[in-house]
Design a protein around this ligand. Structure first.
Ligand code: DGL
Length: 271
């Protein structure tokens, strides 16, 4: 990141994800740093990210980062594990604002908790990258990590089909596979998965799961403080929500985590 030479404190922070998942992070951010001006981009035209190639994911990340560059953001939060795993390393030095990836920002705290075996539920692209295992072992080489891909879970969340028999069956199937590893804790390594906590909780206690969102937001807050980038003026916060498609569906399925006040603006990023 090169140095930013004008006062950026009151500029917005941009968030993005493939859909409503990143709101599980965004909603916590709004609670912890309520004064900040924020933007959220849900890339529903390219959903799901989990079955896309590295090249495609880098392309989506660049399009959204370029959009945020035009909006003169002071930072961007990748509220998406898949993009953090597959695109962040390639794009991280291409912009003159700070970019926060969820996996790399939370690994140190999670790895230093008192666990021997950690499970990770994530998208296929995140599991393929091996970034969770790499990042966690960087801070705790003795940790045993098992990553399991749950390819249908994003669709269950985006369509709100939590209660369908096929959804319950799929959730239980991956949970059973993970439980045979006897994990101390399981990371919800996709920002859509915290929406499934009530369903997961019908089989196991909620405390088994780590939703990295809170650790992530605390990390961002401390870093913005360190960089003297926190908003200083006590003005009313401004928020803008963008999607690349399906604004109605976005509003409908985001309700569990965040109440969106107005219809999101549809932006075609042409990627
Ligand atoms: N919510 C995202 C993640 O954290 C992307 C899920 C997807 O679109 O497949 O990985």
């Amino acid at each position: 990141m090169s140095t930013l030479n004008h006062n950026l404190n009151n500029e917005p922070i941009g968030f993005f994800d493939s859909g409503v998942g990143g709101l599980s992070v965004y909603s916590k951010f709004r609670k912890i740093l309520p004064k900040e001006n924020t933007m959220y981009f849900g890339d529903l035209a390219n959903l799901p990210y989990g079955n896309k190639s590295k090249e495609e994911l880098i392309g989506y990340a660049r399009s959204i980062l370029n959009f945020y560059k035009e909006k003169r953001v002071k930072a961007v939060v990748i509220a998406c594990n898949t993009s953090s795993a597959q695109a962040y390393d390639t794009v991280k030095n291409e912009y003159n604002f700070k970019i926060y990836p969820i996996i790399q920002s939370c690994a140190k705290v999670i790895a230093s908790q008192n666990n021997q075996k950690i499970g990770v539920f994530a998208t296929q692209a995140t599991v393929n990258s091996g970034v969770y295992t790499k990042e966690l072992k960087k801070y705790n080489p003795n940790l045993q990590v098992k990553e399991i891909a749950c390819p249908n879970w994003v669709e269950i969340v985006e369509t709100g089909s939590y209660k369908d028999d096929s959804a319950i069956y799929d959730i239980k199937k991956h949970l059973d596979e993970m439980r045979s590893f006897l994990p101390d804790r399981i990371i919800l390594g996709c920002t859509h998965y915290p929406y499934l906590l009530p369903q997961l909780n019908t089989f196991v206690p909620k405390g088994l799961f780590i939703d990295p969102a809170e650790i992530f937001v605390e990390y961002i807050k401390e870093d913005l403080k360190k960089l003297s980038l926190l908003k200083q003026e006590n003005l009313e916060f401004q928020e803008k929500i963008y999607v690349s498609a399906e604004p109605q569906s976005f509003i409908e399925h985001s309700k569990i985590f965040y109440k969106i006040q107005e219809l999101p603006v549809v932006i075609n990023l042409n990627n």
